[in-house]
Design a protein around this ligand. Structure first.
Ligand SMILES: Cc1ncc(COP(=O)(O)O)c(C=O)c1O
Length: 506
């Protein structure tokens, strides 16, 4: 019978730049994954940090090439969409490549402040502030603007600008307007709820921005939910957007930029071969063609790639802890983690990832279903992007099988939460960061250990009495007062009683 490596080599061009096999074991960006597992165990999340910079530079190169090819006179600015992954190690890595930032929440702004405090950004870093903004968000943004940060609120509704009228005092306040796109024809709604409808953009400018000598409209923004892809839908939305830009630019000379959002896709299968350069070429060519047709200077182009920045840096590795043949045909490989909690996109949005075994590549293979640890019947994974079946090595009782999901770096914690309470109390796995030193050697560091039960008990409100008593006792040892002694004794008695009750119940 053929081995797993034969299957992969017959189905794909393998090895790839990213994946290789040595001694029967998988390498991810030349990192021997079994070494990492042997050191840290499973389930394990990992982030290969150099990938983040690689993708930022790739995107810059696509735009540089396209600008050269079409003699495009504008500039290109790379922003990172923080909601894809807010982790400090992601932002700090991305910021080594002189990127700018797109935010979507008031809680992003303390992150911006911290990045400024630690010298990762300067006041000239663009902060493109998207999202439907509640008062705290507009207040934080106004404070940044008043202090001279290069923050640009992207207006998402007609009332938002009133906050900046009241809260800003800077000489110049630059704005963007997000224009609501039409959704893809098969979507539940016709027009996106996000942004301002095409018909209202002109009036918003004329009534609220133009009359205010401190206010400038600098940018128009649109985001196509389904991503940048070569479809009639994408091209028609981009064209409509660019015609609006030209119409607005003719009456608003300060308008000189467009933000075409995120949506550059990542590889979800060994077969995907998205032609990034060609797509960027066509976008640039279309923008230029429409501007030329309307006698309008071409805009500076901003993007806010989230998945593309961070997605391919991430992986999750599991051990197969049991094999269950539940009928004559359906074989389950049970993993030591869960799809619902660790990879919520795979469960909630049917998102596919590159999935491969980490070891036993010389073993024969079989069709399997992967089962997660929660009790939810939906906690499984059994198809791939390119195939309706899933194959993994057959392994004996003496062997251990490890598997990996790759390109999982974006949105999983934004959707599933991190370090909180999840289905069946499945803990957040240990997370390891992998980097390269100046000589190119692999350097690893633990970002976080696996979540412990203490942190869950705390979130769930258990053990409060105990904590109260311990804290008071500490204080009492400093200077006991009679009424405090009485109070503590009373609380202690309550806590003791509760503990006793729990023991009895057990
Ligand atoms: C306004 C906006 N910009 C950028 C992004 C990032 O998209 P992606 O991760 O597909 O690049 C999103 C994602 O939802 C978004 O809503």
């Amino acid at each position: 019978m053929k081995s797993y490596i034969d299957l992969i080599q017959q189905s794909f061009e393998f090895p790839t730049m990213e994946f290789n096999v040595e001694d029967n074991q998988l390498l991810f960006n030349n990192v021997p994954l079994m070494d990492i597992i042997n050191e840290h165990g499973t389930p394990l999340k990992l982030t290969y940090l150099p990938k983040i910079g690689e993708h930022i530079e790739n995107a810059r190169m696509f735009f540089r090439n396209a600008f050269k090819r079409h003699n495009y006179k504008g500039t290109y600015t790379y922003c990172y969409c923080t909601k894809s992954s807010h982790f400090s190690f992601v932002l700090e890595e991305a910021l080594k490549h002189n990127i700018h930032i797109e935010t979507s929440s008031s809680y992003d702004i303390p992150i911006i402040r911290e990045l400024y405090r630690t010298g990762h950004i300067t006041k000239s870093t663009y902060i493109l502030a998207n999202g439907f903004k509640r008062p705290l968000y507009t207040q934080y943004l106004s404070e940044l603007i008043n202090e001279g940060f290069n923050a640009i609120p992207i207006l998402d509704n007609l009332k938002e600008i009133e906050s900046y009228e009241q809260l800003t005092n800077a000489e110049t306040v630059n704005f963007g307007i997000r224009i609501a796109t039409d959704e893809e024809p098969n979507f539940a709604f016709y027009t996106s709820r996000l942004g301002i409808r095409y018909n209202d953009v002109l009036d918003l400018y004329k009534e609220k921005i133009k009359p205010n000598p401190r206010f400038n409209l600098k940018m128009l923004h649109f985001f196509i939910n389904t991503g940048i892809k070569d479809s009639a839908y994408y091209w028609s939305e981009l064209t409509r957007f660019m015609f609006k830009y030209c119409e607005m630019q003719k009456i608003c000379p300060e308008l000189d930029s467009i933000d075409i959002g995120g949506g550059l896709p990542i590889q979800t299968s060994l077969t995907s071969n998205y032609d990034y350069q060609q797509m960027v070429d066509e976008i640039v060519e279309n923008i230029q063609w429409i501007c030329n047709k309307n006698n309008v200077p071409v805009p500076h182009i901003f993007t806010e790639f989230g998945s593309y920045t961070v997605g391919e840096s991430g992986a999750v590795m599991y051990k197969v802890i049991d094999k269950k043949l539940q009928n004559d045909k359906e074989l389950w490989y049970m993993i030591d983690g869960s799809f619902i909690t660790h990879l919520p996109d795979s469960w909630g949005m049917n998102q596919k990832y590159i999935m491969m075994p980490i070891n036993n590549w010389d073993n024969p293979y079989q069709k399997v279903n992967l089962g997660g640890l929660t009790c939810d019947s939906q906690d499984f994974y059994n198809t791939e992007m390119h195939s309706s079946d899933l194959y993994l090595p057959i392994f004996t009782e003496d062997e251990t099988q490890y598997i990996g999901f790759f390109h999982t770096g974006a949105y999983q914690e934004s959707l599933g939460g991190y370090g909180g309470i999840q289905h069946c109390l499945i803990p957040a796995p240990k997370h390891v960061l992998i980097d390269r030193d100046e000589e190119g050697a692999i350097v690893t560091r633990v970002f976080a250990d696996a979540q412990d039960s203490e942190s869950m008990l705390k979130i769930l409100g258990y053990g409060r009495d105990r904590a109260f008593v311990e804290k008071k006792m500490e204080k009492l040892q400093e200077e006991p007062r009679p009424e405090e002694v009485a109070e503590v004794e009373e609380k202690g008695a309550v806590a003791k009683k509760a503990e006793k009750r729990q023991l009895i119940q057990k």
